[in-house]
Every structure is written in C-alpha cells, then in structure tokens.
Design a protein around this ligand. Sequence first.
Ligand code: ZN
Length: 188
Amino acid sequence: MILKVCEVGNPVLRKAARSLSAEEIRSKDIQDLIGYMRDTMRDAPAVGLAAPQIGESLQITVIEDKTEYQKGLTAEQLSERQRMPVDFHAIINPQIDLLTPPDVSFYEGCLSIPRLMAMVARSRSVRVTCLDEHGEQRVIEAAGWYARILQHEIDHLHGRLYTDIMQPETLTTIDNHQRNNSASISAR
Ligand code: ZN
C-alpha cells in the first residue's frame, strides 16, 4: 500500500517520535506499517523514509539504496560520495554516534520538501545502535552515503529537517539543479 507523504508545514514533521517495544515491533500493525513504508519509499522512489513522513510519530525508518538508483552517477561521483548499494532494512529506536565531524557536503533532497534540494554537511562515518524489523538489537557502522541517509532519516525522528542545517545559499529546485549540473543525486 502506498501511503500519503506529509509535507513540510505539517506539525508531525516537527514532533519527537516515540520509541517502540520489541513486542510492539513484532505486532501485525507495525509489521504492516513497515511494509507500507517500504512500498511508499520504493514508489517515490527514495532511499529512505521515516514514519513521521507518513504521519506516524514513531521511531521507525526504512532504508534501501538500490543499484538501479545509482545508474545516473559516474564512477567518480559514486566514489566521492562513497555510495554503494544498501539492502532494504528498518531502523527502530536508533541512537546515533557521529564518529567524524560533519564536514562532507553534498546536495540532499527530502520527499517532505518537494522539488527542492540544498547542500548539507554531514559526518562521513556514524555508528547506530537500534532494533531491526524483527525487534532484534543491531549495531551498524556506516560510512559515506549510507551514513548520510542514516543522519537524514534519524533527524526526522527528532523533528529535524535538512533545511535546518543546509547551506542556505545553495537551495535550488531539483529541475534547476539538473539543468545546471550534468548529474545530480538526492537523499530522501
Ligand atoms: Zn527527508
């Protein structure tokens, strides 16, 4: 099922989402919700989606960076972004540690802020402690683009948007960015 994505200005995007118990995660309601979030992310398509973006103030995000999403990028662009395919998974109740300073800047977009993108500085390397879609504890060490996706999505769970930390003078429509650059890419 494809869910409606909440856009900026909807108060749910500014609320701190609540955590879930392992028992709740295994319930039919939450398992169904994770499936609908996966469907909605793939439909966009996007590389990440957080539950507040579909109107649920819960600490759940789903992530998937398919090889086919990376086809528009050159080998050099993939390399400088440290971008590699990431299989579908859910991240629940995450605690994130930034292992390096936020000094890597690339353009980001967000499904909840349609048509726009801007440069955002993020940490190259992070460690995330969370529960997975089965309610099992996981520790994820991530670098590069996957680390950027994690930072963007986990920000959503705390009511933060990329526009809070963007380099404001770089704000552009995606159309204009593509017009002015041979290749572009956005995290969602
Ligand atoms: Zn977003």
